[in-house]
Design a protein around this ligand. Structure first.
Ligand code: ATP
Length: 672
């Protein structure tokens, strides 16, 4: 393979280039790199170019130590190594991975050439650094930090001059080399260009492994995958950028670091330095359209790019809370869903901090607040933040279903418990939520006799479905919510005191929207989410309209805001939302609970119809009067159905029926 004559000619050429400064033929950048490497090999490392012995191999113990240091990376790289090997095996290339010192830590052979390959040094443990071998694929790519093809006589040592080696270094997110991916063949055509395809394949695979490891290294942060073609985003990523909860970039893949974070003399340290949006905007957009590419614009170039946002690895953040560490508002909560709820209000922030502390404790949670303040969203966020997040989150609104159905909905029933079409049996919400979270909304509306049954389930940890003989054990974690004053209900004998104390382990009061310090941010966020959902992300609020929305009383709170905003986004034909685009009854709706005046200019536009009278069906005089009475009662009781029904001497079911017939829509249920 390597005759004396060939070795002599090789050594002569090395000496001419290194000692006498003779240029290599074809004066290209690659040849310059090679000449520099030959020089290092001879002058710096005193490697003997005539030496034809096989490369050195580390001991088994040393190899273990090299591998241990790279353990996490090797697990991620393995897949890439296998794929490359599969592709190149038919052409008799072996594939190897070295660490940053050039020691082979993983190797895929060519079975038919295995003995020969081993004999030449292609095996685990071989040292391929420039210091050991002189110019070679692994050593030189490590030395100058770039991929390289070292083809046959370009190698430094005579031993290696028959091989062809394509190598690409892989870097960590700290820019330090971690490893080298290499594909080598014992035999190859003389023509160097015949290797370009293999070289490109190695470079591409090394990039994929590097990106996969960057993903892994940055998994505690928000990761933005960026690409120019939204359709390809899930399979191909140009850039990876990670930022913390404050929107500060903490790293990215090499390309992103070079081309986005460091652009010439400018450097971007926060999301809003780089894009025409903030980190919060990104979170809101990702929340509104999960899994879909978000259109973004790069600030200085105006270039359009698409991003997919991945939440921090929730499991890795949980232990900090379990250990009782001070929860970080900008920490775990953002990862699991509190982030989009807390936008700057101090009461909400305190709630979130406390919720994080109890999420993983066996403490029942009670959420109090007006309708539409986000109680269910808060309950879901607690669930998502808890160790139960992979188990079901099951919700039941006790006010939204007739009393007669609550029992079967909650406790379930076994086959044949009823006659008729629904005789097949049902598991019930309690069993469905086993191991997860059961969210009982409007718990104040739960009939007394069911309260006793619920209490029993809580005390005994098992549920007896209707018609069943054997109870089913359940692991029940309840989050309940109500807008009613439960202690008063207890005093009035309408809510069991013992159940009340069972449920109110940790009580959270969610502030009404009108009292939130961050109402402006909530408005902006809801607009953004609704606009993006409709594909109209250029929609903006006219300043006076935004002001009017901030001053509005919002009896239906965030739900009402969301519906109003959705309506406005659908109606508006320009890009600027004015008061006239909002539902006509909005600013003339139920009394402004804050009593704050709405600015005159915000109300300009078509004359709005009075509250609740648009699209009225043809009602008789008597019904119109009843309707007025019900509306007045509801408004006075802040839309509490149970209280209003009681006041008018009607059963709740009758009251609901009348609401529908008389076309009365509570503000929180109003849709379009
Ligand atoms: N902080 C928030 N920012 C934006 N949207 C929110 C926020 N909190 C809740 N929402 C949205 O407001 C709407 C009402 O929320 P949710 O159903 O959680 O309220 P609720 O208090 O449980 O209502 P109800 O008492 O009527 O059951 C939902 O569309 C929810 O996504």
């Amino acid at each position: 393979m390597r005759g004396h004559g060939e070795i002599a000619r090789h050594v002569e050429r090395v000496v001419e280039v290194v000692e006498k400064g003779v240029s290599l033929p074809r004066h290209t950048a690659a040849q310059d790199r090679l000449a520099r490497s030959w020089k290092r090999s001879l002058s710096n490392y005193q490697v003997d170019p005539s030496l034809a012995s096989t490369p050195q191999v580390v001991t088994a113990q040393e190899l273990r130590e090299h591998r241990d240091r790279l353990d996490a990376f090797m697990r991620i790289a393995r897949e890439g190594l296998d794929r490359l090997h599969e592709q190149l095996l038919p052409s008799n290339y072996c594939v190897l991975l070295t660490d940053a010192s050039g020691v082979t830590v993983d190797f895929r052979t060519v079975p038919s050439l295995d003995r020969e390959l081993r004999g030449e040094g292609f095996r685990n443990g071989t040292r391929w650094s420039e210091r050991d071998e002189g110019t070679c694929g692994v050593g030189t790519s490590l030395a100058d930090g770039q991929p390289i093809l070292v083809h046959r006589g370009e190698h430094f040592r005579s031993h290696n001059i028959a091989f062809t080696c394509s190598s690409a270094p892989i870097f960590g997110i700290d820019d330090r080399p971690l490893a080298v991916l290499d594909a080598s063949a014992l035999y190859s055509p003389e023509n160097r260009d015949s290797q370009m395809l293999v070289f490109q394949m190695v470079v591409e695979k090394a990039r994929l492994i590097e990106d996969a490891f960057a993903f892994h290294s940055l998994r505690d942060y928000w990761i933005l995958q960026l690409g120019r073609t939204p359709e390809l985003m899930n399979v191909h990523t140009d850039y990876l950028l990670a930022f913390d909860d404050a929107g500060l970039f903490v790293g990215g893949n090499r390309r992103a670091r070079k081309e986005l974070l460091q652009r010439g003399s400018r450097s971007a340290s926060t999301v809003s330095d780089l894009f025409e949006c903030s980190a919060n905007d990104l979170l809101a957009a990702a929340h509104a359209r999960p899994g879909q590419a978000i259109p973004l614009r790069i600030t200085d170039s105006g270039e359009r790019i698409f991003g997919l946002l991945r939440a921090p690895d929730a499991r890795r953040r949980a232990p900090a809370n379990l250990a009782g560490d001070t929860p970080d508002l900008n920490g775990c909560n953002e990862a699991r869903g509190f982030g989009h709820l807390a936008t700057g209000d101090s009461r909400v922030r305190t709630n979130v901090q406390r919720a994080l502390k109890v999420a993983n404790r066996d403490i029942p949670v009670m959420l109090l607040g007006e309708t539409g303040t986000g109680k269910e969203a808060f309950a879901k966020a607690i669930h998502d933040c808890s160790s139960r997040h992979k188990q079901p989150f099951v919700a039941l609104n006790c006010a939204a279903i007739p009393e007669t159905l609550i029992e079967s909905e909650l406790f379930g029933y076994r086959d044949g418990a009823f006659t008729g079409a629904r005789s097949k049996g049902a598991r019930g919400k309690i069993i469905q939520s086993d191991g997860g979270t059961l969210f009982l909304d409007e718990i104040g509306d739960m009939p007394l006799q069911l309260q006793s049954r619920l209490l029993r389930v809580l005390a005994e940890g098992e549920v007896l479905p209707l018609g069943a003989e054997q109870p089913t054990p359940v692991q029940l974690h309840i989050v309940c919510a109500t807008h009613q004053d439960l202690p008063t209900l207890v005093e009035e004998g309408r809510f069991r005191e013992d159940l009340y104390y069972r449920l109110n382990g940790a009580v959270f009061m969610l502030p009404p929207l009108r009292e939130r310090e961050d109402i402006g941010t909530v408005i902006d966020r809801v607009l953004e989410e609704e606009a993006i959902a409709m594909g109209r992300d250029s929609l903006r609020l006219a300043p006076e309209t935004r002001d009017a929305l901030i001053r509005h009383g919002w009896p239906g709170n965030i739900r009402q805001l969301r519906h109003a905003m959705r309506y406005a986004c659908a109606i508006c034909e320009s890009t600027l939302l004015h008061a006239s685009h909002f539902p006509p009854d909005l600013f003339f709706g139920p009394r402004l609970m804050s009593g704050r005046p709405v600015r005159e200019e915000a109300l300009r536009g078509p004359v709005p119809a009075p509250q609740q009278t648009e699209a009225l069906p043809q009602l008789k005089e008597k019904d119109l009067r009843l309707r007025e009475l019900m509306l007045e009662t509801l408004r006075r009781n802040q839309w509490q159905v149970t209280v209003s029904a009681k006041e008018l001497g009607l059963s709740r079911a009758t009251f609901y029926r009348k609401l529908t017939r008389l076309n009365i829509v509570p503000p929180n249920r109003r849709d379009f």
